[in-house]
Design a protein around this ligand. Structure first.
Ligand code: ZN
Length: 407
C-alpha cells in the first residue's frame, strides 16, 4: 500500500528561498528547480499531491487485528474447555514432552528481538539523546506519505501553492535555517497548507511528518499575530523532526501495539470473557496514559530546542509568551480545554509551556546577544494582548465557526 501511495504524488512544486528572502513560486514543471550550486537548506518544497479516489486507507487494520486476537484467544479457550479431562491430559503431556524445545525457541527469539531492538537505537543530532527508531530512511518516507494521505485526504483540502501564506512560511524557514546552519545543513523541508485536518476539523494546528514535511492548518494564521510567533511554531515543529520525535512515536506505537495484541490474545486464552474484557480495557487505558506521557515529554523537548533555534534567528522571545496567552484565550473562548483529561493530554498545559519559556528566557536572550541580534523593541508585544482578545471575541461573534471545530 505504501508503494502504491508513492505513485500518487503526481505534482510537486519547489520554491527556492533565495538569499534575498524573495521566494519564487515555480508552476509545476520540474520537482527540483533549485540550482545544483544552491545548498539544499536553501530549498523549500511546497507539495501538492494528486489523489486517486480508489486509494484505500487501512485505518481499520489495528481494530481488525485486535478483534482477531480476542477471537483467537476466546476460540482456543472455548476449545480447551470443551475437551474431556482425558483429552486435556494428552495435550498437557504432549506439551511437557516438548517444553524444552518451546522454551528454547522463546529464549532464542527473545534474544534476537532484543538484539534487533538494540540496533534501532540512534542518537539525535541536537541533544545526542538515544532514540528508538524502527525505520530506515525509505520506510520513514513511506510512513510519512501514508500519514500525509490520512491527514490531508484529498487535493481540494490543500491551499493553492500560490497563496501568500506559503511565501510567509518560506521566508521564515529560510531565516531559521540561515540562523542554524550547523543543524539544518543539507536539510530541506516540505510544506503543505491545508484547510482541515483529515478534511474534517478546522483547528489552528501545525504538525510534522517523519520525512520533514510540515503540514500547516490554515486557521493558525488567524490566531498568530506576528512572524516571530510563526517562527517559534515552525522551529518547534522542525525540532520535533531533528529530535526524531515523529519516527520515534510511530516506532513506539508499532511496538506497543504488537505487545498489546500478544497480551490480548493471552488474556482471552487464559481468562473468562468478563475478566478478560476488564483486563484488556485496563491495559488499553494504561497504554494511552503512557503514550500521552511520552508525547508530553516530546513536546517539552521541542519547546526547549525550538526556543533555542528561534532565539538564534533573532525573534523577539516575548512574542512566544504572547502566543501562549493567545492560545489560552482561544481555549477559554472555544471551550477547547474543557474536555481534556490532563493524564491523556498529549501536550503539557499552556501554563506549563509558558513557564518553560519564562525559565529559559534569560539564557535565550543571552544567546540572542551572542549571535549579534538587534536590541529588542521597547514596546512589549504582551501589551497588545487586550486588543488581541477583543479581536478574537469579535471574530467569534461575527463567525461562530471561526477557529472552531467544523465537523
Ligand atoms: Zn509539538
Amino acid at each position: 500500500m505504501y508503494s502504491k501511495y508513492s505513485q500518487l504524488i503526481t505534482s510537486k512544486t519547489l520554491i527556492c528561498a533565495r538569499k534575498s528572502l524573495l521566494c519564487k513560486t515555480v508552476p509545476e514543471p520540474s520537482p527540483f528547480q533549485c540550482k545544483r550550486s544552491e545548498k539544499k537548506w536553501q530549498c523549500l518544497k511546497v507539495q501538492t499531491s494528486g489523489f486517486h479516489t480508489t486509494q484505500k486507507l487501512h485505518f481499520h487494520t489495528p481494530v481488525i487485528l485486535c478483534l482477531g486476537s480476542i477471537l483467537a484467544g476466546h476460540f482456543i479457550r472455548k476449545r480447551w474447555l470443551r475437551m474431556s479431562p482425558i483429552e486435556q491430559e494428552i495435550v498437557i503431556r504432549w506439551y511437557k514432552q516438548r517444553r524444552h524445545i518451546f522454551h528454547g525457541c522463546i529464549k532464542i527469539l527473545s534474544a534476537i528481538l532484543i538484539i534487533y531492538l538494540a540496533t534501532c537505537i540512534k542518537r539525535d543530532p541536537i541533544l545526542k539523546v538515544p532514540r528508538f527508531v524502527l525505520f530506515n530512511e525509505a520506510q520513514r518516507i513511506q510512513n510519512a506519505k501514508f500519514l500525509f494521505k490520512v491527514v490531508v485526504q484529498n487535493e481540494s483540502n490543500v491551499v493553492p501553492h500560490d497563496n501568500h501564506m506559503y511565501r510567509k512560511v518560506a521566508k521564515i524557514i529560510k531565516k531559521l535555517t540561515n540562523a542554524n546552519k550547523e543543524i539544518f545543513k543539507d536539510i530541506d523541508w516540505d510544506v503543505t497548507i491545508i484547510y482541515r485536518i483529515f478534511n474534517i476539523a478546522s483547528i489552528p494546528n501545525v504538525l510534522i511528518l517523519p520525512d520533514r514535511h510540515i503540514i500547516i492548518l490554515a486557521d493558525i494564521f488567524n490566531l498568530i499575530k506576528s512572524d516571530d510567533q510563526l517562527a517559534f511554531i515552525l522551529a518547534h515543529e522542525m525540532s520535533h523532526e531533528m529530535l526524531y520525535h515523529p519516527s520515534q512515536t510511530i516506532s513506539l506505537a508499532v511496538l506497543s501495539n504488537d505487545v498489546i495484541l500478544i497480551s490480548t490474545f493471552l488474556i482471552w486464552t487464559f481468562y473468562p470473557a468478563r475478566i478478560a474484557a476488564m483486563l484488556c480495557s485496563f491495559m488499553y487505558i494504561v497504554q494511552a496514559i503512557l503514550f500521552a506521557w511520552f508525547k508530553r515529554g516530546c513536546e517539552r523537548e521541542a519547546d526547549k530546542v525550538g526556543l533555542r533555534l528561534a532565539a538564534k534567528s533573532c525573534i523577539d522571545l516575548r512574542e512566544i509568551l504572547t502566543f501562549w496567552e493567545i492560545m489560552k484565550m482561544y481555549d477559554e473562548l472555544t471551550g477547547a480545554s474543557m474536555f481534556r483529561l490532563p493524564f491523556l493530554n498529549e501536550h503539557p498545559s499552556l501554563e506549563e509551556r509558558k513557564n518553560i519559556t519564562i525559565q529559559l528566557m534569560p539564557k535565550m536572550n543571552q544567546l540572542r546577544d551572542q549571535v549579534g541580534c538587534p536590541e529588542l523593541p521597547l514596546k512589549d508585544p504582551r501589551d497588545y494582548l487586550p486588543q488581541y482578545k477583543r479581536e478574537l471575541e469579535d471574530e467569534l461573534r461575527r463567525n461562530p465557526r471561526f477557529l472552531g471545530m467544523r465537523w
